[in-house]
Design a protein around this ligand. Sequence first.
Ligand code: GAR
Length: 206
Amino acid sequence: MKNLGILLSGRGSNFEAIAKSVAAGRIPDARIAVVISNRATAAGIETARRLGLSAFIIPSQGKERTHHEVEVVSALQQHAVDLVCLAGYMRLLSPWFVRQFPGRILNIHPSLLPAFPGLEAQQQAFAYGVKVTGCTVHFVDEELDHGPIIVQRAVPVLDTDDERSLSERILEQEHIAYTEAINIVFEGKFEIVGRRLQRKAACLGE
Ligand code: GAR
């Protein structure tokens, strides 16, 4: 049984999609061991409690970064977390944090990286006028929205779109992409060559 740890800061729809995948057996032999928010107001924490999961608020506000990160890392370790999923976690992780879970932290970002890193990626893409955008699930390294890419899903920008409709269609794809990425990582049939995640021959065509 693999233990997932979820870090979030807000709505928590990606967390909820992961929870549904786990419950439906689409992420086999896994469970959500803990859900942690740095913000007391995060709706995702309410959802986690409603689902009967271990859910904690570890406030970051007014706290030194190192102190906050030590608290979060020890909560993840206490719950024997194998894979940390950032799901709308609006904090940059320090190099120390990343080293505590080498190759075992994933993030989802609402653009086709390396385009539009940082905040409000959907709005950035819309304003830039791209015709295709999407979402990316990647390993977390020490730079913002930067580590090797696991899954990307493309979303066309329609003439009829506004920022909201575009964001909604990207979000639908995010919910699919995160489950795909978790399964790739748990199956472990890949290697990272440079920045490229390459599936091993045995699982191509599956
Ligand atoms: C998602 O769109 C996620 O991709 C984005 O925050 C939203 C969280 O929504 N993350 C980032 O922009 C990280 N750079 P959710 O709380 O409903 O999952």
